[in-house]
Design a protein around this ligand. Structure first.
Ligand SMILES: NC(=O)c1ccc[n+]([C@@H]2O[C@H](COP(=O)([O-])OP(=O)(O)OC[C@H]3O[C@@H](n4cnc5c(N)ncnc54)[C@H](OP(=O)(O)O)[C@@H]3O)[C@@H](O)[C@H]2O)c1
Length: 276
């Protein structure tokens, strides 16, 4: 699964170091298995037993594998991973760890709000910030963040969708972060990509999607994300056929809001202004 590997001074293909969060199951473990052929890996999650088993499996594929146990919903856990990234040797960061925490906002424990938004939205930003100096100095690198199609669900009044204020807000933030970062990084050799899956058959949300026939397999999400990188996609939607049309329509709507709303006077429906 060659992505960004480089030929060293002896003409030998060197293995790129990838750090994957949420590697103990689902999409993160699938990324790790796909990358192990030609990447060394740092595997991050809380369940160290799972990470150790996966590390043993991947070492047989020739990968050097570090296990880093960290709770990314806590400052200590986040600090341990940003410290590892600050070493500057990671060239592929896959920020994939996340939880749903689906509930109406009034039912959410206030103490959980920072933890959920921290894990799903703030951690990927902190991890990217920690990884970027090393990538920029090397002139190449890739920051992947796994968001969700629910990032685009804020306008949907659909009773079949979960109660998701925090999750949709966090994943929408991740999409905006990555699209903006990709522009900021243009010309540096460092790329950013956000992957937006629909339902995926993993342990997520108590494994609920495993009983849903149209859920995608985690291996297919990871494979699509890596293929999307080779295609140069900043926004990868694994299940979407007509990606270009959808993203063009999104950009057109954003342009209408941004350009149309940025005027010195309120719109006519809000009445006359003081200066009229
Ligand atoms: N499954 C879906 O339907 C779906 C759809 C769209 C997007 N996604 C996104 O895909 C990503 C991966 O989810 P998945 O479907 O593969 O679910 P999963 O099998 O439940 O995997 C989630 C991973 O995140 C890790 N994680 C959770 N909380 C963590 C914490 N506090 N600190 C560190 N790691 C933590 C888990 O490891 P530990 O428990 O060992 O810490 C696990 O490795 C998530 O960001 C999710 O939002 C999933």
């Amino acid at each position: 699964m060659t992505l960004d590997n480089h030929v060293n001074n002896h003409g030998v293909m060197s293995r790129t170091l990838a750090l994957i969060t949420g590697a103990s199951s689902g999409i993160g473990a699938a990324y790790a298995r796909l990358l192990a052929d030609d990447h060394d890996l740092v595997l991050v999650a809380r369940r160290v037993d799972r990470l150790s088993d996966l590390a043993d499996e991947l070492r047989t594929a020739g990968a050097a594998v570090e296990v880093l146990s960290a709770d990314l919903g806590t400052p200590e856990g986040l600090g341990a991973v940003t410290k590892r990234l600050a070493a500057g040797d990671v060239r592929l960061l896959i920020s994939n760890a996340g939880v749903g925490g689906y509930a109406p906002l009034a039912d959410v424990d206030p103490d959980e709000i920072n933890r959920l938004l921290g894990l799903n939205a703030v951690a990927p930003v902190q991890l990217a910030r920690a990884a970027l100096p090393g990538m920029l100095a090397a002139g190449h690198g890739t920051v992947v963040t796994v968001a969700s199609l629910l990032a685009f669900s804020a306008g949907q009044d659909n009773p079949h969708l979960p109660s998701r204020t925090l999750y949709a807000a966090a994943k929408a933030a991740t999409v905006a972060f990555t699209r903006t970062l990709a522009h900021e990084l243009a010309g540096t050799g460092v790329r950013a990509q956000v992957v937006c899956p629909g339902l995926v058959a993993t342990e997520f949300n108590g494994g609920a999607a495993r009983n849903i026939p149209f859920a995608m397999a985690p291996e297919d999400v990871a494979r699509a994300g890596l293929a999307g990188l080779r295609l140069g996609e900043t926004v990868c939607v694994p299940g979407l056929e007509d990606r270009a049309a959808a993203l063009e329509a999104l950009l057109a709507a954003e342009t209408a809001l941004l350009a149309g709303g940025n005027r010195p006077t309120p719109a006519a429906r809000y009445g006359r202004t003081q200066s009229n």
